[in-house]
Design a protein. Structure first.
Length: 319
């Protein structure tokens, strides 16, 4: 029986599931929004996968992403760092890559690659956004909703722009204020959308790169990499020449692919216990332990105040 290796990337807004074979070719790939229920969505995708691949054929399961710490013990799977997972997938598909920009739902990363002594790619530096999600996929999606577009339409609309206005990208509140002002001046939507894409690119340069060098080729991945407006904005802001920005074929699932590759190459076999354990977890009714409610153990006290203040009579006050 042919063996496969499962990689799972649970992000803030999406779930990615990838299965690779012993030749490191992709046999199964899924990318779905989690709709606020990542474990339930993951269970559906694992069930879909098992219709074509028997659980006994899965040799290892490796997870990554923001939900990895919760998921790994639940599935008895390996946990790998998402920066390492993305770098592993990038260097697998594009060995000549020197820089990686990954923009997902609520985070953004920059990874600088170098060459180790044997010539193998190594991570020499990296940076991520902090607490704020400005400059990520959710930033674009919120503004798309305000303008009446889907996130898929946003990138195509941006390409119509001729003179994009400057919009604040450091904060969604400031971006909204700028957009309202531009709409009041009857600026076309496509110009505003292009301004948003440029705002995201400038935010990446100022808040994440912070003066770091970005040697080409630059691989742009994550869900936002599908947006042609952001692709154009990154080329402009980073001063990239034609051909220096690469969009991988599997740009949306690179984290899951990297996790699967690491599981195959470096980690011990785990098998696949995922679906059954996940199903049991989701059907369990949560129980909560709490302290008993507070009760008054003494009768209400009576505060005695002077009977008169400035000649006026006062009554007793009970608490």
């Amino acid at each position: 029986m042919e063996k496969y290796h499962l990689g799972i990337d649970v992000g803030s807004t999406t779930v990615k599931v990838v299965l690779i074979d012993e030749k490191e070719e992709i046999a199964f790939e899924r990318y779905r929004r989690n709709d606020g229920a990542p474990l339930a969505v993951l269970l559906e995708e694992l069930s879909s996968m098992e219709e074509a691949f028997h659980p006994s054929s899965i040799s290892s399961t490796t997870v990554t992403g923001i939900g990895g710490k919760t998921l790994a013990p639940l599935l008895e799977a390996h946990l790998v760092n998402e920066v390492v997972a993305h770098a592993t997938a990038t260097t697998f598909f594009h060995p000549s890559a020197r820089s990686i920009i990954e923009i997902g739902g609520e985070d953004a990363k920059f990874i600088l690659l170098d060459r180790g002594p044997p010539g193998e790619p190594v991570i020499s530096d990296f940076a991520m956004n902090t607490m704020c999600a400005a400059g990520t996929g959710i930033f674009l999606e919120q503004q798309a909703v305000r303008l009446g577009y889907t996130i898929e339409e946003l990138g195509r609309v941006a390409l119509k722009s001729k003179v994009p206005p400057r919009i604040a990208g450091r904060c969604t509140v400031f971006a909204k204020s700028d957009m309202v002002h531009l709409q009041q001046k009857a600026v076309p939507d496509y110009e505003i959308v292009a301004g948003l894409c440029l705002a995201l690119a400038r935010n990446l340069k100022s808040n994440i790169l912070k003066g770091k060098r970005v040697p080409p080729p630059v691989v742009f991945q994550g869900g936002v990499a599908a947006n042609p407006g952001v692709q154009k904005a990154l080329k402009e802001v980073l001063g990239l020449k034609p051909g220096e920005l690469i969009i991988p074929k599997h740009h949306a699932t690179m984290g899951a692919i990297g996790a699967a590759l690491i599981g195959k190459r470096r980690l011990k076999p785990t098998g696949d216990k995922g679906k059954e354990r996940l199903q049991r977890h989701l059907t369990l009714k949560p129980t909560f332990k709490s302290l008993p409610p507070l009760k008054r153990t003494t009768p209400p006290s009576t505060l005695h105040y002077p009977k008169t203040i400035a000649g006026e009579e006062l009554s007793l006050i009970h608490i």
